[in-house]
Ligand binder design. Structure first.
Ligand code: KG4
Ligand code: ZN
Length: 423
């Protein structure tokens, strides 16, 4: 079976084609084509993702991304003689009537191609930004009509769970008989922070979630306060790691210690540094919920207080690094603490961490360390670096599993964007 998958829930336009072969309990996957086109640079200018701008960019990019992936999969074939079924083409075009950017280029690409060897189209229907989701959904519907291929709707968060399977090669396998349950998935992205208990394939129970901002969102907002570009997660993380490295060197150095008069010339610096303390929100609450909005506000007040003492303080020494570190420490401690508690309570066999924030090296390190300290000998999986963020490969895999469990919608008009779709 060949699956074409489409992901446009936020600021990445992503398409992939995979081949799936099932032999008893063993499922073999082959990546035939895979492309992620990121809009992050565009949104960086504005410090965040604007839904309508994301929608327009998806529209501008999606046909091109499809062409690249079809070529990679060797499915881009231009027949000598083209027979365009005008009626069918017009019905397909109706599906993308609201996506001007796609309509403008459709006729110069799709009707000229030989129908590719694809059996199913998997598309993200939510959660995410609805105008952005609609681009992928409408495009999937138009292709579905023109090529007569059924659509499988996919939940973006389920995609993040499946994102841990592909490794560094073009092929990977999943053995459905392997004893990996019960499982906990910590999903941490720009829009979500959730702990999901998984007792069997496709059986999800959300045991906790953020009550306000998502972890990634907090990284992005704090980065903005520190004058760092979007997306903020990687920027904060870089700064925090530099700070950890330099303070540990200072500590461990066998050479002479810094002399008093070598301390940066700010007279109250030491006093100010002692102010850089942030809360660990809800770390000891009995539930598995999170809250990062207060933490973000705490950073805002901290910066305000520091600036009151010295208006240039953020440019001083390594103040920004120290704030970044304390912030990252707080987020990582809270996420890790609750995840470990859930692992103990539910006697978990496997931990899966997914979503953009799972790229965070310090989070990865601390989770592993805590599991080790507490002698919790379980399987732990983080996605391959290229698959921590949004991608279409994870949507194709989740789509395949959906096909095993659920019927395909008969009427494609019932497929709709669901911005708040839950697992
Ligand atoms: O999963 P994702 O690509 O998109 C959503 O579905 O939201 O996640 C994007 C989020 C952004 O907030 C970004 O700042 C964050 O993931 N992120 C990170 C890191 N890399 C990306 N956060 C912390 N540390 C990182 N290394
Ligand atoms: Zn995501």
């Amino acid at each position: 079976m060949n699956i074409l998958s489409i992901e446009t829930s936020c600021d990445e336009t992503a398409i992939s084609i995979i081949n799936v072969e099932k032999k008893n309990q063993n499922i073999k996957f082959k990546i035939l084509g895979n492309k992620i086109s990121s809009q992050a640079k565009l949104h960086a200018k504005y410090g965040g993702v604007f839904p309508m701008m994301a929608k327009r960019e998806h529209g501008k990019n999606i046909l091109h991304v499809l062409e690249i992936v079809l070529r990679e999969a060797k499915m881009y074939t231009l027949p000598k003689k083209v027979n365009i079924d005008e009626k069918l083409n017009n019905t397909a075009l109706k599906m993308i009537a609201r996506e001007n950017e796609i309509v403008e280029r459709w006729n110069s690409i799709i009707p000229l191609l030989k129908k590719p060897n694809i059996d199913k189209i998997a598309v993200t229907i939510g959660p995410g930004l609805e105008p952005a989701l609609w681009v992928g959904i409408s495009f999937a519907k138009a292709l579905s009509i023109y090529w007569n291929i059924p659509i499988v709707p996919v939940n973006h968060m389920e995609g993040h769970i499946f994102s841990i399977f592909p490794k560094n090669s073009k092929t990977f396998e999943i053995n459905t008989k392997e004893n990996i349950f019960p499982m906990i998935s910590l999903l941490v992205s720009g829009g979500h922070t959730e702990l999901i208990l998984i007792k069997d394939w496709m059986k999800y129970k959300k045991i906790g979630q953020t009550r306000d901002d998502a972890a990634g969102e907090a990284f992005d907002k704090v980065a903005r306060m520190l004058g760092l570009p979007y997306p903020g997660g990687p920027e904060i993380s870089k700064m925090a790691n530099i700070e950890r490295l330099s303070s540990s060197k200072l500590f461990k150095s066998s050479g002479p210690r810094m002399r008093e008069d070598e301390v940066p010339d700010h007279e109250n610096l030491n006093n100010l540094l002692s102010l850089i303390k942030l809360p660990r929100p809800m770390i000891y609450s009995k539930d598995y919920d999170f809250s990062f909005s207060g933490l973000k506000t705490a950073v805002l007040y901290l910066i305000r207080d520091l600036k009151e003492k010295n208006s240039n303080i953020l440019e001083e020494g390594n103040i920004k690094q120290k704030i970044a570190r304390e912030f990252e420490d707080s987020v990582v401690e809270v996420l890790t603490h609750k995840t470990i508690r859930a692992i103990k309570q539910y006697k978990i066999n496997t931990l899966i961490v997914g979503g953009g924030v799972s790229a965070n090296i310090y989070l990865q390190k601390i989770i592993r360390k805590r599991l080790n300290d507490d002698k919790l000998d379980i399987n732990i999986y983080f996605p391959n670096k290229k698959l921590t963020g949004d991608n279409a490969l994870m949507i194709a895999i989740a789509g395949y599993f959906q096909l095993q469990k659920n019927k395909i919608p008969k009427n494609i008009n019932s497929i709709k964007a669901e911005g708040n779709l839950s697992l």
